[in-house]
Design a protein around this ligand. Structure first.
Ligand code: PNS
Length: 166
């Protein structure tokens, strides 16, 4: 079995049970697993970087060889900086494959010595995704607090109204 440092990069917005399942599997396979959250200034995440960092730290506290970190720029550069020999990514269904293949081949072109390892999460997590979790959270917030939806609308409409000069 290949022992060493592996990096598990992603957005984790928010972390899901599928991510945790993969982290647990990865922690058994590698000596050290670094879960690396992408700092992406071009995207507005639902959960801030600090929130995601704290969530992942709490959720993985029981695994002593798992470390949580953040990175920006190219993932291969980050992987090199922490001496990782592998990149861990999860594939749930065939629909993930094309995107993952494209990313793995691009990363290989950028850094041929870095190997991408794909793992499958438990089948019960095959249809869980951060996007679905975000959508459910949004609907729950609106249900529990109708003002939440209104506030959202105001945030969109107020700047428009301001544009009209008296
Ligand atoms: O959880 P995600 O959003 O599917 O993760 C995607 C991520 C963060 C792994 C990917 O976008 C990434 O590695 N971004 C860093 C920029 C980079 O290295 N790009 C070249 C590889 S396509």
């Amino acid at each position: 079995m290949n022992k060493g440092i592996a990096v598990y990069p992603g957005s984790f917005d928010p972390p899901t049970n599928g991510h945790l399942d993969l982290i647990e599997r990865g922690s058994k396979m590698f000596e050290q697993l670094v879960v690396a959250i992408l700092r992406n200034p071009e995207k507005t995440p639902m959960f801030s970087l600090v929130e995601r960092l704290e969530m992942l730290r709490q959720l993985t506290a029981d695994w002593s060889n798992v470390r949580i970190d953040t990175f920006d720029g190219l993932m291969v550069e980050y992987a090199k900086s922490i001496d990782a020999m592998c990149v861990l990514r999860g594939i749930r269904a065939i629909s993930d494959y094309e995107y993952e293949l494209q990313m793995a081949l691009m990363n290989r072109k950028l850094e041929p010595t870095l190997e991408t390892v794909f793992m499958m999460p438990a089948v019960r997590y095959s249809y869980v995704s951060s996007r679905l979790v975000r959508e459910v959270e949004q609907k729950l917030r609106e249900k529990l607090d109708p003002a939440y939806k209104l506030r959202d609308r105001e945030l969109i409409e107020v700047p428009r109204k301001r544009k009209k000069k008296a």
